[in-house]
Design a protein around this ligand. Structure first.
Ligand code: ADP
Ligand code: MG
Length: 239
């Protein structure tokens, strides 16, 4: 493996909150232009891990590197432009869709915004709409488009489709795959749907009890897990 293709690297990341060890010795190198799904039972530490990768939380020990530079060497602003984070439920600001894009990048023209809306499959007619009038699905896609405005290299998505119905889920998944294939982004997505990991392809990481227990092609981890945790996870999903 060529080390220059590693974009996000976690070395022995641990996070302890109070008495609880939430993330335990997580080490993994994420390669650029790839898609990764993080799966695992509820409470496994999936969201906690994602937050550590973007310095929304700080590790108790261990380090995160972005493009081989310690994440702590970037200003928070610099890091958050390079590594975009999408929350499970969309967070939009008032007032209009256009305003949201201008918050992200004030010098965007309407043409720029329309291009971004097109990328996330939102109709340009919504540009002047107040965000309160949008559906959850539209809001989530606008939030994703707003993230893309600053041209991130990595996207961290925490269950981005959990609030969406199947049609919107499919639209977001297609958008995510196109961002990887056409725009060369690296996407790390937390999902509690193994089927979603399969549809997205790429690599899947299975977390259990704050630990990385297994990783490999999504197909293998979902359909042919090699560890006891993996088999238990698979069995629970089949119930
Ligand atoms: N800020 C926090 N303080 C205390 N415990 C937390 C905090 N955040 C998460 N946890 C605990 O850490 C564990 C992992 O949580 P989380 O990362 O949200 O899991 P997942 O996203 O896999 O469902 C859970 O047991 C949760 O209760
Ligand atoms: Mg979570």
């Amino acid at each position: 493996m060529n080390s220059s293709s590693i974009i996000v690297e976690a070395r022995s990341l641990s996070r302890v909150v109070g008495e609880t060890s939430i993330i335990k010795d997580f080490t993994f190198a994420f390669e650029s232009r790839n898609i990764y799904s993080i799966i695992g039972p509820s409470g496994a530490g999936k969201s906690s891990l994602l937050r550590l990768l973007n310095r929304l939380d700080e590790p108790t020990s261990g380090e995160v590197f972005f493009s081989a530079v310690p994440a702590t060497d970037y200003s928070p602003c610099e890091l958050r432009c390079k590594v975009g984070y999408l929350f499970q439920t969309p967070h939009l600001f008032s007032d209009t869709v256009r305003d949201n894009f201008h918050y992200a990048k004030p010098d965007l023209t309407d043409t720029d915004i329309n291009r971004l809306l097109q990328q996330v499959q939102v109709n340009n007619d919504l540009l002047d709409h107040k965000v309160q009038t949008l559906s959850v699905g539209q809001s989530q896609r606008v939030a994703l488009g707003r993230l893309l405005a600053v041209e991130p290299e990595v996207l961290l998505l925490d269950e981005p489709t959990s609030a969406l119905d199947p049609a919107y889920t499919e639209a977001i998944e297609k958008t995510i795959m196109a961002l990887v294939e056409k725009n060369g982004l690296t996407v790390i997505v937390v999902t509690h749907h193994p089927d979603q990991a399969l549809r997205l392809g790429g690599t899947t990481l299975l977390l259990d009890g704050g630990r990385l227990v297994e990783f490999g092609s999504s197909e293998q981890i979902i359909n042919n897990p090699q560890t006891e945790s993996g088999r238990k996870y698979q069995a629970r999903q089949l119930q």
